[in-house]
Design a protein around this ligand. Structure first.
Ligand code: COA
Ligand code: AMP
Length: 638
């Protein structure tokens, strides 16, 4: 049996018996300025800090040391962009040259260690260069996904207070060019914090107008720095200093600024590349995500580069650029050994090419494994991928907050038996438990709240940006001594973890994490809407899709269709196209408890055709029939 040969149990046991020794030993994967003598100090921060006495530089470990060690001519980044028809290979030597010059440009704009820089970039190598250049200076980057609207960008500008914003002139979706610069201008206009300058990467598909006193042209600035021979050195930072802030949906409209440190992040990612993904230096690893998400931070940018592998930056989609064979083409053409993507991408491919006929056109013999994360991997999709690729398909579970897998089947340690529907077992560093709402452990196989016993391992968030109290309230207070994942699920008698649903108002649309609360805030701002509730309804392609239920104000003249059109446009304008909000249903009233709480969970069960029971505290049971009728009127049923 596969599991008999796995080193997993021995390695996990090695961690439980000596966590300090385990993480001190793993720290040897990194070139430190001052190596850690201590792995963890429980007295620091909100629950302790990793490698408190060490200093390091993440850019040095991701770039410089590979050039020093003879990998200068090896590809560091391969850019494959079917939406522009371009392909580019950037060696480690070239990457070092670019990043050192870019860091000098950034420094000339007054950015110093600890200052924040916001990046609003599509899937181009310059996005990674900008991240690395910030890391080189000890500056803290915060990447904002290109599918977010100006208001979301403005919220992040206000919270992170960047000195500089680096943006591209445009992104490219298969059906349109997305001009970023007007959105950037609008966001800066809206934000009360103003950056000192913006560095704009002009792309030929849509050049942007620059504001003379504020905007600088990336290419000109780089040419000028090169002409002057300017290059910035790596700045040693404390291992506990922040490397980046990544905003993620919280339970209210305001996104949470997840903080990632330098030292612990490097150690955990380097460990994961070997033990979970089984990637060796020099091999090509492809994470088909976006730099705007945590998967992009960890497995497009940092992890592959930290171990001297080659990372693939793909600017395209699984389907439509040009067809459902796009992934196979990229794998074959660039010798990809491992692919990481979200299950939704495979559902999209399967929908267009159910028999995987296009696979036959490509040589996928080098591909060793497929890793899936970002949302629940539904067993039919898993089986389809296994059958047609004939390689291990590995579901693993993690969150923006952790930066790497909480549960996985570690290919590098030897696979454990695969159980469809389970991301397998806890990774070293994570003591995963399942508790009832009162905080008591539940028996194996029983649904409950999935929590992680403190302390969290290296790379996990030490806090939220400038918000220790919010961090404690959101993650630590409900189950004292544990980190609340806000995922519900169960753990079976063999330690296999099953992740079923979120316990908060977060929904997962095409692997993108979105807050229904934030969408409700937008709908509530519509003048015709008296009351609203947004829920995530199961969707065969995207996992979930948001659906809004609204009660319109008495006396309004607009029809349901008109209000729906306006609301769709409003969510698109205020949150962004990525929210994928397309359906709004008018109802006479919303189902509530007697204390006035909207019964979103019950509405969701009705919409998904799942069994549900009448809540004992419901104000008026007849309203649930009205919801059922409204759903069937709009063709969303059961
Ligand atoms: N910039 C601007 N707009 C963007 C964008 C970006 N970076 N990314 C997505 N959008 C837009 C899309 O164009 C689309 O707009 P539309 O409503 O005008 O069509 C909208 O946001 C929704 O995008 P998406 O959810 O990606 O849907 P899609 O229909 O374009 O593609 C999939 C569907 C399944 C092919 C696509 O979601 C996919 O590749 N998913 C993989 C998931 C993934 O990478 N997740 C990251 C976490 S691992
Ligand atoms: P994000 O922070 O965007 O990575 O989203 C994290 C959330 O996505 C988790 O809390 C889960 O709800 C969900 N998720 C991620 N990976 C998985 C998985 N493998 N199985 C089930 N849910 C997942």
């Amino acid at each position: 049996m596969a599991g008999d040969a796995s080193r997993y149990h021995a390695v996990y046991e090695g961690w439980t018996s000596d966590p300090e020794g385990f993480w001190l030993n793993e720290a040897k994967r990194i070139d430190w300025v001052d190596a850690p003598r201590k792995a963890f100090d429980a007295s620091l921060g909100t629950y302790g800090r990793w490698y408190p006495d060490a200093t390091c530089n993440t850019c040095f470990n991701a770039v410089d040391r590979h050039v020093r060690d003879g990998r200068g001519d090896q590809a560091a980044i391969i850019h494959d962009s079917p939406v522009t028809g371009q392909k580019r290979v950037i060696t480690y030597a070239r990457l070092l040259d670019e990043v050192a010059a870019l860091a000098a440009v950034i420094a000339r704009h007054g950015v110093e260690q600890g200052d924040r820089v916001i990046l609003y970039m599509p899937m181009v190598p310059e996005a990674l260069m900008a991240m690395l250049a910030c890391a080189r200076l000890g500056a803290v980057h915060s990447v904002v996904f290109g599918g977010f609207a100006p208001h979301e960008l403005a919220t992040r500008i206000n919270d992170a207070q960047p000195k500089l914003i680096i943006a591209a002139s445009c992104g490219i979706e298969p059906n349109r060019v997305v001009p970023y610069k007007p959105m950037l201008d609008q966001a800066i206009e809206e934000a009360h914090h103003k950056p000192l300058a913006c560095l704009i990467l002009q792309r030929p598909e849509r050049e942007a107008d620059l504001i003379a006193w504020r905007d600088f042209d990336w290419h000109q600035e780089m040419a000028d720095a090169r002409a002057k021979g300017l290059k910035a050195d790596c700045v040693p930072v404390a291992a506990t200093d922040p490397l980046y802030i990544l905003y993620t949906s919280g339970t209210t409209g305001a996104p949470k600024g997840v903080v990632r440190d330098n030292g612990g992040h490097m150690v955990a990612l380097a460990w994961s590349m070997e033990a979970i993904y089984d990637i060796k230096p020099g091999e090509v690893f492809w994470s088909a995500s976006d730099v705007g998400w945590v998967v992009g931070h960890s497995y497009i940018c940092y992890a592959p580069l930290l171990i001297g592998a080659t990372t693939l930056v793909y600017e395209g989609k699984p389907v439509g650029t040009p067809d459902a064979g796009a992934f196979w083409r990229v794998i074959a053409e660039h010798n990809v050994v491992s692919l990481f993507t979200a299950p939704t991408a495979f559902r999209a491919i399967r929908k267009e090419d159910p028999d995987a006929a296009l696979i036959k056109h490509y040589d996928l013999s080098r591909l060793r494994a497929l890793f899936l994360a970002g949302e629940r991997a539904d067993p039919p999709t898993l089986k389809w991928a296994e059958e047609h690729l004939n390689i291990p398909v590995i579901d693993h579970w993690w969150q923006t907050e952790t930066g790497w897998a909480i549960a996985a089947n570690p290919l590098g340690l030897g696979l454990l038996p695969v159980v469809h529907g389970s991301p397998t077992v806890a990774m070293p560093g994570y003591d995963i438990q399942c508790l009832d709402d009162a905080g008591h452990p539940v028996p194996p196989g029983t649904l409950g709240n999935i929590v992680v016993k403190l302390p969290l391992p290296p790379s996990c968030l030490p806090t939220l940006w400038n918000a220790d109290a919010r961090f404690r309230a959101a993650y630590l207070d409900e189950f004292p001594g544990y980190y609340k994942t806000a995922d519900a699920g169960m753990i079976d008698a063999d330690g296999y973890v099953f992740i079923m649903a979120r316990t908060d108002d977060i929904i997962n649309v095409a692997g993108h994490r979105l807050s229904t609360g934030a969408m409700e805030e937008v709908l509530a701002g519509h003048p015709a809407i008296a009351e609203c509730a947004v829920i995530g309804v199961a969707d065969a392609l995207k996992g979930q899709k948001p659906v809004g239920f609204v009660v319109l104000k008495a006396g309004r003249t607009a029809s349901e269709a008109e209000v729906e059109r306006e609301c769709v446009a409003k969510v698109r304008a205020e949150i962004g196209p990525v929210a994928d909000f397309k359906t709004m249903i008018e109802v006479k009233r919303l189902p509530k408890t007697r204390s006035g709480k909207i019964l979103r969970g019950t509405m969701q069960k009705i919409a998904d055709g799942l069994p549900w029971t009448m809540p004992a505290t419901i104000d008026d049971p007849a309203i649930l029939d009205e919801i059922t009728q409204a759903l069937s009127r709009r063709g969303i049923t059961v």
